[in-house]
Design a protein around this ligand. Structure first.
Ligand SMILES: Nc1ncnc2c1ncn2[C@@H]1O[C@H](COP(=O)(O)OP(=O)(O)OP(=O)(O)O)[C@@H](O)[C@H]1O
Length: 255
């Protein structure tokens, strides 16, 4: 489904050049959750932006569902849904209006949009407030609309960028259920997070990035074998020399 091959990204030139990502390769299959993990500044966001076709790689290639991001970025974008902690919603629209608006952007027909809104409102449990202004919804309700928006065009691949950042326990639970839903639908999922406890719980395989390079990759048991550590957090501390300092909103088990 997703194949990133020898991705490198440099910012700036000459003495001020920063190599944000260095020869990073990874694959994610349908129905698999891949945990992309790293400390602040490790290169996660830059990698996700290249996968989405938002940032051209300095070298390397990304293929999604057989489409190459450097040649057919629009085909790649169409096949990816993004959930990010910073995604906003339109306060003055109702969820139905907002989803219709995005359905049009994705070039879905009126019938397809109505059908998807019906399906997603049932799956994510927001049918009751479909016609209330988004500005009057609770944080958890708004979150469900954002999650639905990312799935509206039924992409085979989903990128979750720090999806639980700033959420309370209930909000976090909604994300957990969402990841389960994505897996059951056979989506290929990349989960980028500081929350190693969450990654350990949900990801099938992991990539540990440090200074732009993938240092360790595999299932939890493969990583345990490679590193001699039981938990991801110990792998970061022992092998990547990272402390547990993290953004204030994150848990102590973050890198
Ligand atoms: N537009 C840019 N210009 C220059 N340097 C950049 C740019 N974007 C990112 N960088 C640098 O590239 C490196 C990787 O950044 P990136 O945002 O990908 O890390 P990250 O793992 O997502 O970090 P965080 O968890 O803090 O979001 C960092 O050193 C960052 O300062």
């Amino acid at each position: 489904m997703l194949e990133a091959s020898l991705l490198t990204k440099d910012f700036g030139e000459g003495a001020s050049r920063v190599r944000a990502v260095h020869q990073l390769s990874l694959t994610v299959q349908a129905g698999e959750v891949y945990g992309l993990l790293g400390a602040n500044g490790a290169g996660k966001t830059t990698t996700l932006r290249m996968i989405m076709g938002l940032l051209p790689p300095t070298s390397g290639e990304v293929t999604v569902d057989g489409f190459r991001v450097t040649r057919e970025p629009e085909e790649v974008k169409r096949r990816i849904g993004l959930v990010s902690a910073s995604t906003g919603i339109y306060q003055w629209l109702t969820p139905r209006e907002m989803l219709e608006y995005f359905g049009n952007i994705y070039s879905l027909s009126t019938e397809q949009i109505s059908q998807r809104i019906l399906e997603l409102s049932q799956l994510l449990d927001f049918a009751k407030f479909l016609d209330r202004a988004c500005g009057n919804l609770s944080t958890g309700q708004k979150q469900r609309i954002n999650l639905a928006r990312a799935l509206l065009h039924d992409p085979p691949m989903m990128l979750l960028d720090e999806p639980t950042r700033g959420l309370d326990i209930l909000g976090t639970q909604v994300i957990f259920e969402y990841i389960g839903l994505l897996k059951s639908q056979g989506k290929a999922v990349v989960l980028s997070t500081h929350r190693l406890d969450e990654a350990e719980r949900f990801a099938d395989r992991f990539g540990l990035i440090d200074q732009g390079s993938l240092r360790f990759e595999g299932t939890l048991s493969q990583l345990q074998e490679q590193t001699g550590c039981t938990h991801l957090v110990d792998m970061f501390v022992k092998h990547l020399g990272k402390t547990l300092l993290a953004p204030a909103s994150d848990s102590p088990a973050a890198v």
